[in-house]
Ligand binder design. Sequence first.
Ligand SMILES: [Zn+2]
Length: 308
Amino acid sequence: MDVILSVDVETYDGDYERDVYACGHGLPFILDTCGADAPATHYVEALGATRWGGEWLRRICADIQSVGHEVQLHVHPVVAKIEGFEDHEDVLHHRDQETQRMLLAEGIVQLNKAGVENVTSFRAGDLAASEETLAAMKDVGLSVSSNRDLDQKSSIRSQLNDFFPIRNDVSERDGTIDVPVHACKSPYPFLDREYRHLEISAMGLSEMCDALVKMEQAGYACACILTHPGEFFRKRAERIQPIRKNQRRLKGLVNFVQRHDRLEWATMTTFIEEDRGDHAQPAPVHLNPVYSAMRVGEQIFDRVLARL
Ligand SMILES: [Zn+2]
């Protein structure tokens, strides 16, 4: 089974140095840890370039592509500075289809200017995508969506969770494929709600690895994991502190997938190229209650440690 690490790269106030690079603890940590052996798909927020200029976007895209990872389009309307357009909500699907089309087209232009040639996939900020978003994507030639997530604790904006014929796995409708951020059933719904998604900061290492093995056995088309540069550091006044817990998780995950015979790192592009499209609805995967309890303990310990 292909495992796709998807990284949302963004800033809300133009401080790319702090929010993305973070003294080497953000994006550089991800690129170093994954290297060329575990190529990730980076959904890079592109509209920030309309407000803060394209220099940082160029540097980010160059750094990502120089280690063999790929860049795809991520858009937060609130950071855009475009004549005749203003946004304070940052919910893409609140905008009409024509406005969404304009924002996506502008995002592609900015990525092209930053040296990214083949933009084929799109993830909305906070996964705030609807059917109009899929239509806007089609208009500008984006064929691969990644805008579903059943985790209702972390991700409540997607309007597409029940739109595609297959839930919580790769699915196609009207010529658009969607690769969701995958989610598994939590043993502790009173803490997590029904589903917990595959995100580095949201799952323990044992919990995540166990889930990947079970997903492979259950016949999932792939496993798409979410992360952000900001999951690997904390901003403390003027200081940047690494979050060792999440750094260990990513390192452990990269090693686990590389060692496992039936798991393989893929990007959105390499996965879609090899995908035969003959998918069936897989059964939900249940997280291991012991591993999930270990994660809860680890989170509490980490929070206490962060206060010291
Ligand atoms: Zn985002």
